[in-house]
Write a protein that binds this ligand. Structure first.
Ligand SMILES: Cc1cc2nc3c(=O)[nH]c(=O)nc-3n(C[C@H](O)[C@H](O)[C@H](O)COP(=O)(O)OP(=O)(O)OC[C@H]3O[C@@H](n4cnc5c(N)ncnc54)[C@H](O)[C@@H]3O)c2cc1C
Ligand code: FES
Length: 263
């Protein structure tokens, strides 16, 4: 929290990833080197009539260039405004915010489970782990969506050298079914010495949470919640904890241990 910055940045690169997904690179962001996988930024939309900032996970950083990348799916008014930004336009970023993923031990097998737009923080995690020497062959990236249009940046993930397993509900790309189906098989076969990291829709997170608990595989989940303030003040983002009480997703999370939140 102490290292967060609130800065005006410029859009230096905009890529249309098709099907309402966009990659935006902003610079210079002086806290780019402080961003850890699982953390997010709160972005101010560059128009007066939308008051609340929007939360987006950090998808990658280039610390030498003080660049920060967000991958965004257009779902409503704010993200439509973002999609209309052009190179050179300015906006304001607050971050990095929230608790990051805890890195696994070097020899642990890493199981990443991304559902739809839960993909960006896990892309960043995979990149960071590999940069820090984790063997990409020990990382399996399960990536699920309803249809092939929900699966983006496949080649980028493949280039990391990790085992990529794509799963779509309608079978238009990769295996057919729910992403948690092959995750369950993988954990049953090789659950020892594994660590789970997941981000995606609530139903998927519930299923991963359940798998982790029943198969005794530790790990962490990154949650989403409405985030009016993003800094722990408004209590608009609270979730109930299994041990009782509540936690704020914006500052106690968004990353929580498996079993910690009553999903
Ligand atoms: C910690 C965190 C990280 C996130 N990371 C990303 C990311 O990397 N990429 C990305 O595209 N999106 C991400 N999101 C979701 C993103 O914040 C919302 O999609 C965005 O705020 C929607 O704004 P909007 O004005 O376009 O939609 P609105 O008009 O506000 O809402 C449109 C629809 O989206 C739903 N919605 C709005 N906000 C959220 C939310 N926070 N979570 C779930 N549903 C929501 C609404 O209920 C409504 O159905 C993240 C959210 C959080 C909390
Ligand atoms: S968004 Fe305000 S307390 Fe979390």
């Amino acid at each position: 929290m102490t290292r967060m910055k609130c800065e005006t940045v410029r859009l230096t690169e905009r890529r249309d990833l098709r099907n309402d997904y966009f990659s935006f690179t902003f610079a210079p962001f002086s806290a780019a080197d402080k961003c850890r996988p699982g953390q997010f930024v709160h972005l101010k939309l560059p128009v007066g009539e939308v008051y609340f900032r929007r939360a987006f996970s950090v998808a990658s950083v280039d610390t030498a260039k003080a660049e920060l990348e967000l991958i965004v799916k257009v779902v409503g008014r704010g993200t439509r405004i973002l999609a209309a930004l052009r190179r050179g336009d300015s906006t304001n970023l607050l971050g990095p915010l929230g608790q990051p993923f805890k890195p696994p031990r070097k020899r642990e097998r890493v199981v990443l489970v991304a559902g739809g737009i839960g993909f960006p923080p896990l892309l960043f995690l995979a990149q960071k782990l590999i940069t820090r020497g984790h063997d990409p062959k020990h990382i399996t990236f399960f990536y699920g969506g309803r249809s092939r249009s929900d699966i983006i940046e496949r080649n980028r993930i493949r280039k990391l050298g990790v085992n990529l397993r794509i799963v779509t509900e309608d079978g238009t790309l990769g295996e057919q079914g729910l992403v948690t189906d092959p995750v369950k098989v993988a954990l049953q076969d090789h659950g020892d010495n594994c660590r789970l990291f997941a981000c995606g829709p609530e139903g998927m997170l519930k299923a991963v949470n359940e798998l982790g608990l029943t198969l005794n595989v530790p790990g962490q989940l990154s949650l989403e919640a409405p985030m009016p303030c993003g800094i722990g003040v408004c209590l608009g983002c609270v979730v109930p904890l299994t041990a009782g009480g509540y936690a704020r997703v914006c500052c106690d999370g968004p990353v929580f241990e498996i079993g910690e939140v009553a999903l």
